[in-house]
Design a protein. Structure first.
Length: 506
């Protein structure tokens, strides 16, 4: 086995950014993947691949979170948790649990939509990680979900239901079909994915916590049990901590593969691809005899050109690419469409301008999992005193660099930050004059997501402030963000224009 990616091999992770809680399905020769999006909008990202290694982002299934008013402000640990993606009856289906509302379902005739509005299939607190199954042999349909203790007081168990085949209604009160408290050593059982194979009902579900846990498999001759269990993937002596929660997919030629995440601190949950086979005893074997692989033979699928979800953006026609999400449901007029290139963001007035974590109008994308340099050009088109715009690294702590309009009408380069325990930001470096109201902003992200900020206001790039270590939120990796804002007050506060957003590997 080689030590790096070649034409015959791939290297994990295959998605080196925060594509949390992935699930995957094959339709013909195409593979599709979705992931958790929590409180960001649009939600439910949709990725496409022809070889399970190279993926592109083709859209989102959820334009806004509902109820819309509940997600008008950032709620980073709420919203869409651990979706399941399936294809049945010539339609794509996505089921997920919102821990505060219940189990939702949407469906569409094609991956790019149009997707139906969310249908609340089961209301309740703490219902998470929902997954359907349509039994093609009997015509019956089922649903399994896990529990969030933070909302329900219950965890470490899986509940099963019979479901109407059209996915609109559950047909019973539900039954605990796997109780992790009854399995010695098992805790925090969650993320179930439900399958039918070789005469068995199968549930692939992780346990043990996202950073230190393992991937389990359960099987039963009947949907409601009893189930027997086995650990099928764990860290062992590898560097892949807590190989956790994902989906099984079979290629057209019959190869089996498993995609799962690994928690990597500020980078979030990156996605690995594991070979999968079935042992003589009928149980699945993942990775290298139950240990995650780093480099492995590629799936036996037609070769594809290298691809990854887009990061760079020239904002053609004033529009931003699919890789961007707001930190909450978007408001009208936040991004101003126009005929030229460049992203014009309105300087949204807010009483929370001192704390980016509270703002819904931060346009974000995922922090890359490898060292890189992030750069964007900014022009502050606002004369409003206190109006500001910039480039941020956003998490439980945050730091941003950009331009701010002074009371005397001059523009200044500012670099500000806030610790995780701080309620407002403060200067990381003294402000300096930006005579033209323009700047090139740069963040160099090194090992461990350590960020060095710099800016060019006409005299070349100059470093700013100390190194800032990016931090995640509770369930979300750190984000890169573009923001324009102004202090609370009456009237329009102008805008800021961003151009040439680039992420370059270091």
């Amino acid at each position: 086995m080689t030590t790096g990616t070649t034409e015959e091999t791939y290297t994990n992770p295959v998605l080196d950014a925060d594509w949390s809680d992935p699930d995957v399905v094959r339709v013909g020769d195409d593979f599709y993947l979705t992931a958790s999006s929590f409180g960001r909008a649009p939600g439910l990202p949709l990725l496409h691949s022809r070889d399970l290694v190279n993926w592109t982002l083709v859209g989102h299934a959820l334009e806004r979170l509902e109820p819309t008013a509940a997600f008008a402000a950032p709620r980073h640990d709420c919203g869409v948790w651990a979706p399941s993606l399936r294809y049945h009856d010539d339609r794509f289906w996505i089921f997920w649990g919102d821990p505060d509302q219940g189990v939702f379902q949407i469906n569409a005739p094609a991956i790019r939509g149009p997707w139906t509005r969310p249908h609340l299939l089961k209301a309740g607190k703490g219902l998470i990680d929902a997954c359907p199954l349509w039994d093609e042999e009997t015509g019956e349909a089922y649903l399994v979900h896990a529990w969030a203790k933070s909302r329900s007081g219950v965890k470490n168990r899986l509940t099963g239901h019979r479901m109407r085949p059209d996915g609109t209604e559950l047909l019973d009160e539900g039954k605990v079909i796997v109780d992790g408290d009854r399995i010695p050593g098992w805790f925090t059982l969650e993320g179930p994915k439900l399958y039918r194979h070789d005469g068995w009902f199968w549930i692939l579900a992780p346990a043990g916590g996202v950073e230190t846990g393992w991937q389990g498999a359960f099987r039963s001759r009947g949907f409601f049990g009893p189930y027997e269990e086995r650990i099928v993937l764990e860290q062992k002596d590898t560097a892949v901590n807590g190989p956790h929660q994902g989906g099984w997919v079979r290629t057209a030629s019959g190869e089996d593969w498993f995609l799962h995440f690994q928690q990597r601190g500020p980078y979030g949950r990156v996605v690995h691809l594991q070979p999968m086979s079935w042992g003589r005893d009928g149980w699945p074997v993942l990775g290298d005899d139950g240990a995650p692989v780093t480099v492995h033979r590629r799936p036996a699928l037609p070769p594809q050109p290298p691809a990854a979800p887009a990061t760079d953006d020239d904002f053609p026609g004033g529009r931003f690419g699919r890789q961007w999400q707001w930190t909450a449901n978007p408001g009208d007029g936040w991004a101003i469409h126009h005929c030229g290139d460049g992203l014009r963001l309105t300087c949204v007035r807010s009483a929370d301008a001192h704390d980016l974590r509270r703002l819904p109008n931060v346009l974000t994308q995922r922090l890359p999992g490898k060292p890189c340099a992030v750069e964007v050009e900014l022009r502050l088109d606002s004369d409003e005193p206190g109006a500001r715009a910039g480039l941020a690294v956003l998490g439980d702590a945050f730091s941003w660099i950009g331009l701010r309009r002074g009371t005397d009408g001059t523009a200044h380069l500012v670099h500000r930050f806030a610790e995780g325990v701080a309620e407002s930001e403060r200067d990381a470096d003294p402000p300096r004059l930006a005579p033209e109201g323009r700047a090139r902003l740069r963040i160099e992200i090194g090992a461990g997501a350590r960020c060095r900020f710099s800016a060019d206001t006409g005299d070349g790039f100059r470093p700013s402030g100390p190194v800032f270590a990016a931090t995640p939120w509770r369930w979300v990796g750190a984000l890169l963000g573009l923001v324009a804002l102004a202090p609370a007050g009456p009237g329009h506060a102008g805008a800021a224009t961003f151009t040439r957003f680039r992420i370059t590997p270091s």
